[in-house]
Design a protein around this ligand. Sequence first.
Ligand SMILES: NC(=O)c1ccc[n+]([C@@H]2O[C@H](COP(=O)([O-])OP(=O)(O)OC[C@H]3O[C@@H](n4cnc5c(N)ncnc54)[C@H](OP(=O)(O)O)[C@@H]3O)[C@@H](O)[C@H]2O)c1
Length: 246
Amino acid sequence: MRPLVVLAMARNLNWDQLEGTALVVGQGGIGRAIGVVLEREAPKLKLLRAGRGGPLPLNICSEQSLNDLKTELQQHGPLRLVINTAGWLHSGGIGPEKRLQAVSRAGLEESFAVNAFGAILLAKAVDEAFGHGEQAWFASLSARVGSIGDNQLGGWYSYRAAKAAQNQLLRTLAIEWQRRRPAVAVTLLHPGTTATALSEPFRTAVAPEKLFSAERAAEQLVSLIAKQTPLESGRFLAWDGQNIPW
Ligand SMILES: NC(=O)c1ccc[n+]([C@@H]2O[C@H](COP(=O)([O-])OP(=O)(O)OC[C@H]3O[C@@H](n4cnc5c(N)ncnc54)[C@H](OP(=O)(O)O)[C@@H]3O)[C@@H](O)[C@H]2O)c1
């Protein structure tokens, strides 16, 4: 039996009236664009933009940095919205593996640190900053390639596995929060292939009409998050609202 508070939650709440604090984690292409959309669509929310380079300094792979975030959030009003856009696919010559012999411990560790452990440890750091009773959202960017059921092509071992691990961690969080934070909807999102630094080396095969600008991806994601109620918590959705198999 779901608490009555959950059954009263509205789909398509007016975000222009939404008050409290919003936190966008990761200031890459999609994260920055989401900040712009939120300023426009939810002007009453106090927007905190967090990333390794600021404005609010945050490294989701550092316990100290996550503890600092927890302390920082005590200075602000109740959290209504968290969107985690931090992710890692390649850097320093390490990147998605085309074959088994390219798999390395360093690549696996980096990918899991950011794409999986970072997401659940972020949830732990923000847990107590959510208010009681008012509808709220915790969304995190996953990737369709993290779907085990949908894996037809192979390759990209560490990124696929780390996003699959994030999906399991946040699905498990959604189940705990249904009981402990019944007003929060947890959602895993695939943004669609988007023209950012993360996808830059890997999108030659993507047709131009299938490649989103960061602005378009951000608009689609914010509008999809706004439709999620706690009754649907724990879903893995593509940018167009379709369920993606686990
Ligand atoms: N772009 C696509 O086609 C696509 C497709 C599917 C899924 N996604 C997912 O969408 C999300 C956003 O990606 P994007 O396209 O916006 O890529 P992006 O421009 O590369 O942004 C990723 C951001 O994550 C940040 N980050 C990495 N490690 C971090 C850490 N330890 N602490 C805090 N921030 C950290 C990076 O910070 P720095 O700037 O400090 O490096 C960067 O700003 C990612 O989760 C990605 O996996 C993207």
